[in-house]
Design a protein around this ligand. Structure first.
Ligand code: HAS
Length: 550
């Protein structure tokens, strides 16, 4: 069991994460009904306000807080208790993040920041919203540096030894996050805050979006990598196997540090003013960042098959039946992986220059992110919650809770399948994203979009409602695990942290030489971004004043 202080810290993160999840999913439910014209909001509440809250609270707050809870628990488990300095810096990080979160949320709720989670200029929120976002990021840096400090002191005490796989992966993810945030910090501090407080009149829109997407794409890997950490280090243990290849796992994380950042232009394919050459270059780099995910898929299939065969699985697919399907810690994450197959394929479609012309800014993209962050990532976090929270809270995960967990995962899968399939189809037909309900001026072609078996209002509403019920069930399970379920006093009731063995004997030591990877990462960023950004600054248009459209 990890030290009680680290447990308290991780539980604090979990509490904020699931509080954000509760409000965020409620906003999601309202959105589905508004878009179907089944719900009219009162005058003081706006669709875009709800949409902003939904995106920020689920995609940014729920994920980040959960990720830090997972990091702290796993790092403390693998590298030992935090020292007093690491502890105080970690708490400082938590408080700064939380002050930022509260500020940004208050601004959204009070209707002063309905700018969606991408906060594209020239939409202009209250300056305090951007200050809140900046504090949130600074908080994550402080909390991240605390973990890096703990890791550095472990390395000093264990010279020449490779760190445990979990710690290695945590450090890679934090390095990726720190480099990625440089872009968003630059745009928020030097562009948005001065503009929103009226110290400057206009903003360079193209530059702000570019700096945002420099951060925005690696942001998705900041969500994905902790899920991959669970796939690589936790799942093999649950199924009774070992990590397939320690060096493959480390290499895939290193490749994410290299290739996840210099690719932001694939979100700006239709942005005028960025020469096609730079878009093409970043598209090529995007195809490089697909490789570590394919390595992960390979690794997962390998671990399933080898473990299944060791357990006596015969023939081509006999191993499949030997997997522990009745263990919700496994089944939840397995379903999450299956969702990532179409999710990842959709990403490859988006990254393909010409195909993106068809799907950009349509509901397809909304479908894409619900089967990437909304299921593979979120459902992995759910699967982790089923043991991580009882483990931290020292409570039992009773048989009835296990049954409820199965219902929760199955309903989430059905809801997401219905909703995201209809979003993908509607998007292909041309239905736009980031819009409230529209009657499309009675245009027949537009109205026909909603006549399909899956792509109709009813299916979407059913999907959204099932998802909301599933979310409420999850909140119940989390609340039970945190506060109500009986204390696990006997050893057999105590929930374990399942961490698989990883054979490091063949792993090259240079994989842990961070300076090489940080150096190459900056070199790639330099190549992909310097000239286009210089161009955007030197040939800047007059800039835009702010707009408040809500
Ligand atoms: Fe994406 C837009 C390209 C992955 C999230 N993406 C978004 C947005 C979000 C998002 C939130 O190129 C919207 C942003 C906005 O608001 O505008 N995405 C990609 C590519 C990948 C990708 C190439 N995206 C993600 C992940 C996300 C995420 C992961 C969240 C966590 N995305 C794009 C592009 C856009 C975009 C463009 C902009 C589009 C536009 O026009 O605006 C790749 O990383 C995907 C690689 C993944 C794979 C899948 C590997 C499969 C695995 C599962 C194995 C399964 C097993 C189970 C083992 C190649 C690892 C066994 C199964 C059995 C059946 C036995």
């Amino acid at each position: 069991m990890i030290h009680k202080n680290e447990r308290r810290l991780a539980l604090s993160y979990i509490n904020v994460a699931y509080f954000a999840f509760l409000i965020g999913t409620f906003c999601g439910l309202m959105q589905v009904f508004i878009r179907n014209n089944a719900l009219k909001l009162p005058a003081w509440l706006d669709y875009y306000q709800i949409l902003t809250a939904h995106g920020v609270l689920l995609a940014l707050i729920f994920t980040t807080y959960f990720i830090f809870a997972f990091f702290i628990t796993g790092v403390s488990k693998t590298l030992g208790d935090f020292g007093p300095k690491v502890r105080s810096v970690s708490w400082l990080g938590f408080y700064v993040m939380t002050i930022g979160t509260v500020m940004a949320t208050v601004m959204i709720i009070s209707g002063k920041a309905s700018v969606l989670y991408t906060f594209y200029a020239p939409l202009k929120a209250s300056g305090w919203y951007y200050v809140g976002l900046a504090l949130f990021i600074v908080g994550t840096w402080i909390a991240g540096f605390a973990i890096l400090g703990h890791y550095a002191s472990w390395k000093r005490r264990n010279k020449g030894v490779l760190s445990p796989l979990f710690a290695f992966m945590t450090v890679s993810t934090i390095i990726l996050w720190i480099i990625a945030c440089l872009g968003v910090v630059a745009t928020v501090v030097f562009q948005f805050i001065p503009w929103a407080f009226g110290w400057t009149d206009t903003i360079n829109v193209e530059l702000s979006r570019t700096l945002f997407w420099y951060f925005g794409h690696p942001l998705v890997y900041f969500w994905l990598l902790p899920a991959y950490m669970a796939w690589y280090t936790v799942v093999p243990k649950i199924i009774g196997g070992k990590v397939f290849s320690d060096s493959l796992a480390r290499l895939s994380f290193v490749l994410f540090i290299l290739f996840s950042i210099p690719v932001g232009f694939h979100h700006q394919m239709v942005e005028p003013g960025i020469p096609a050459f730079w878009k093409f270059l970043q598209t090529c780099l995007t195809f490089m960042v697909i490789i570590p995910s394919l390595m992960t898929a390979f690794s997962m299939f390998a671990v399933f098959e080898t473990t299944g065969r060791q357990k006596g699985g015969k023939g081509l697919f006999g191993w499949f039946t030997k997997l522990p399907w009745k263990d919700i810690r496994f089944t939840s994450i397995f379903i999450a992986m299956v969702f990532f197959i179409p999710g990842g394929a959709g990403g490859i479609i988006n990254a393909s220059f010409q195909l993106d012309e068809v799907v950009h800014n349509t509901l397809w993209i909304v479908g894409h992110f619900h089967i990437t962050v909304g299921t593979p990532v979120a459902m992995t976090f759910m699967g982790l919650s089923f043991w991580l929270i009882p483990y931290l809270a020292g409570r039992k995960f009773t048989n009835s809770m296990k049954k409820l967990a199965f219902i929760q995962i199955i309903t989430w899968s059905i809801g997401m399948l219905l909703m995201s399939t209809s979003q993908h189809i509607l998007g292909l037909m041309g239905a736009p994203r980031r819009t409230s309900y529209a009657g499309y001026n009675g245009n027949n072609t537009a109205l026909e979009w909603f006549n399909g078996i899956v792509s109709n209002h009813v299916t979407m509403a059913i999907g959204g409602s099932i998802l909301f019920l599933s979310a409420m069930l999850l909140i119940y399970i989390v609340a039970m695990s945190l506060y109500i379920s009986p204390k696990a006093l006997n050893r057999e009731d105590q929930v374990e942290f399942p961490l698989a063995e990883s054979d490091q004997s063949g792993t090259p030591r240079f994989l842990e030489n961070w300076w090489i990877w940080i150096g190459i990462s900056f070199a790639l960023i330099f190549v992909a971004y310097t000239i286009p950004i210089m161009h955007m600054i030197e040939h800047a248009p007059p800039g835009s004043i702010g707009y408040k459209t809500w």
